[in-house]
Structure formats: structure tokens, C-alpha cells
Design a protein around this ligand. Structure first.
Ligand code: SF4
Length: 352
């Protein structure tokens, strides 16, 4: 397991963020928030997909007033995303579980103090959401479009809240540029112990967002940085959750289900490996027990991989071996191998 940077634990509703809490996956609805039925429907879709925390945009009063009704109809922790208007934050604070604001763009210190007081009264955390596209002018002018500018903005906003006696803070530092995003999180990490919300913003459609987020978030997670994350995808809601959870799983941050090792195939291939692996993926998607399994197209590397796998298939010509913990448990016709393999996986996961 990755050794995580020790951070303060805060609570967004009943979901802990930071400290020893599991790294949570977040997303955001795209409905008009004041369309309560559509927003609740999207939140429920996210919940079903495995989302831990959901955020909604609150650009105007109609949206702020809808939050109470939305909150009554969902069970995910709800974050209100607010810019510029402290009155929206004050209304949101009556219903939601966390407020995302940047104090620097809320206006006067008195207005920020009112928001902080409202959050303190309800034990709500505040997310400082630094975005490279909307930095305060002073940092943009001083540092340009750099990680330094993002870090300076975060430090300014953190101090703003700390000066008001508020420290239930989490921080994000998002840019659409992967390197700048990673640099900003790495630069800020040693300077405080607030939990970090990771994300590469405006990352594009499913394919590119997956690649950018895997590089950026993966690099940070492997450094032990990150307490919650959102994968930003121009696409469907469930995709953000699926990719987010996969990044956590494949970076080793979330032991969850099968780690499938399968070969890329080559001229030595002895079976229809592509069909076999996609069938295995579908039939084992429900398994949550962390298991290493390998599915290899010929004996060249199969035995070596199988020795370290919980369950494995080594294909040969028209037939193959199923192995458990490196021991051969069946030598079967090719058509029977996937069934036997899935049986053994379910047995090991205790889900027969
Ligand atoms: Fe090729 Fe066999 Fe390696 Fe698969 S396991 S890539 S078929 S040599």
C-alpha cells in the first residue's frame, strides 16, 4: 500500500476526507441545479455508480433555494459550488455538507466572515478550489500561468480562512495542464496538512481525460498525495466514477476487486484471448475482494505470472491450464477454461 501524506481528517456529511479515511471519489451534476428532479436523478445515478461525494453548481438564488429539497431526496454528501455571491453561500450552508468557495472572490472580509460563521455553526468544511483559469489577478500578473501562481492563490485563501479562525479546509489546485497541476500539488503539499482534493480540470473527452487524469492523479497518488479526487470528463456521469475508481485501484490506493494481468498477445497466441479477458471482466465485475489474476495467451510467460497470481489461465493449443496460487487445478478444453477460472475466483472471493 502507498504511504499517504498525513493530513487532517475532515467530514463532508458522513464521509471522512483525509487522515486514514479511504480516498473518496467525487463528481458533479450538469443539470440546472434548480431543476430538482433532474438534479436528484443525476445524483442518484452517481450514487449507484459508486460516487462518494457529489457537488452541484450554485450560480444563482434559484439554485441556492433548491438545495434544501435536493438534500432531502438524496443520501450522498452534497457540496455547493459558489463563486462571487456570499448570500448564495449563506443559504446553501443551511442545507449542504460542504461549501466550495474561494474567499478571495467573495468580496469583503465581512462577507467571508459571515460565510465562515455559517459553516462553523453547522460544522461544514470549506473547499478552497484553486483553478488556473480563474486565478486572482495579482497572482496571474506576478507569476503568469504557472504552478507558483496556483500555490500563491491557495496560500492566500488558506490564510484568509485561518485568520478568521477556520481550519476545516480541503484544497484543490486544478489546471488543464497535467504538469502544472502535479507541480502545484507537490509544491503546496509540504506547506500544510489540509486534505487535498485532486483533479486535472477540463481534461476533455473520455479517452483524453482518462489519460491525463491517470498521469496526473496517478503520479500524485503514488507520491502519497491526495485524499479525495474528481476525474473531469466531457461525457457521461458514470464515466467519471468508473475512471476515478480505476485510477485509485491501479495506483494501489484502493484494494478493490480483480487486478487482471493479461498479455498483449503476439504471434505465439494459442487462443481468442481478447474475448476471454472481456468475458472474465464482465463476469467478475461484482467481486470486491482484491485478487491478482492472470490470463496469458501461451505458456511462454504464463507459468511465471501464474506463480504470483491467485488464479490464472495459461492457454495452450486448443486447451489450457487453470492454476490457483501457482498450482495446476485443471487441464481443460479451451471452451471450459473461463467457466472454471470464474468458479475458482468466486470461490476464493467467498462469493460462490
Ligand atoms: Fe505472446 Fe505468449 Fe507473451 Fe501472450 S504470453 S504476449 S501470446 S508470448
Amino acid at each position: 500500500m502507498i504511504e499517504r501524506y498525513p493530513t487532517k481528517k475532515i467530514y463532508v456529511g458522513d464521509v471522512a476526507v483525509g487522515g486514514d479515511a479511504p480516498i473518496s471519489v467525487q463528481s458533479m451534476t450538469y443539470s440546472d441545479t434548480h431543476n430538482v428532479a433532474a438534479t436528484v436523478e443525476q445524483i442518484n445515478r452517481l450514487h449507484f455508480a459508486g460516487c462518494d461525494i457529489v457537488r452541484v453548481a450554485v450560480p444563482d438564488m434559484e439554485d441556492a433555494l433548491a438545495l434544501k429539497s435536493i438534500k432531502e431526496q438524496i443520501s450522498l454528501p452534497l457540496v455547493a459550488d459558489i463563486h462571487f455571491n456570499h448570500k448564495l453561500a449563506l443559504i446553501a450552508a443551511e442545507s449542504v455538507d460542504c461549501i466550495r468557495i474561494n474567499p478571495g472572490n467573495i468580496g469583503s472580509k465581512e462577507k467571508v466572515a459571515e460565510v465562515v460563521k455559517a459553516c462553523q455553526e453547522r460544522n461544514l468544511p470549506i473547499r478552497i478550489g484553486v483553478n488556473a483559469g480563474s486565478l486572482e489577478k495579482e497572482f496571474d500578473n506576478k507569476y503568469g500561468q504557472t504552478a507558483e501562481a496556483m500555490v500563491a492563490s491557495a496560500e492566500y485563501n488558506i490564510k484568509y480562512l485561518e485568520d478568521l479562525g477556520f481550519s476545516d479546509i480541503k484544497i484543490s489546485l486544478k489546471a488543464s495542464d497535467v504538469q502544472r497541476t502535479v507541480d502545484a500539488y507537490r509544491m503546496l503539499r509540504p506547506k500544510n496538512n489540509y486534505p487535498f482534493h485532486l483533479g486535472v480540470t477540463e481534461a476533455g473527452t473520455l479517452f483524453h481525460a482518462t489519460v491525463k487524469s491517470s498521469i496526473g492523479l496517478g503520479a500524485l497518488l503514488l507520491d502519497g498525495i491526495g485524499d479525495t479526487l474528481r476525474v473531469s470528463i466531457t461525457g457521461e456521469l458514470e464515466e467519471e466514477i468508473n475512471v476515478g475508481r480505476a485510477i485509485l485501484k491501479d495506483s494501489g490506493a484502493l484494494p478493490d476487486g480483480l487486478n487482471i494481468i493479461s498479455c498483449p498477445t503476439c504471434g505465439r497466441i494459442e487462443a481468442d484471448l481478447v474475448s476471454a479477458v472481456s468475458e472474465i471482466e464482465k463476469r467478475t465485475a461484482h467481486i470486491k475482494t482484491p485478487l491478482n489474476v492472470s490470463v496469458m495467451g501461451c505458456v511462454v510467460n504464463a507459468i511465471g505470472e501464474a506463480a504470483h497470481a491467485d488464479v490464472a489461465i495459461a492457454y495452450g493449443k486448443g486447451k489450457g491450464l487453470v492454476m490457483v496460487k501457482g498450482e495446476v487445478v485443471a487441464n481443460l478444453d479451451e471452451k471450459e477454461l473461463v467457466d472454471k477460472f470464474v468458479d475458482e475466483v468466486e470461490k476464493m472471493a467467498g462469493q460462490e
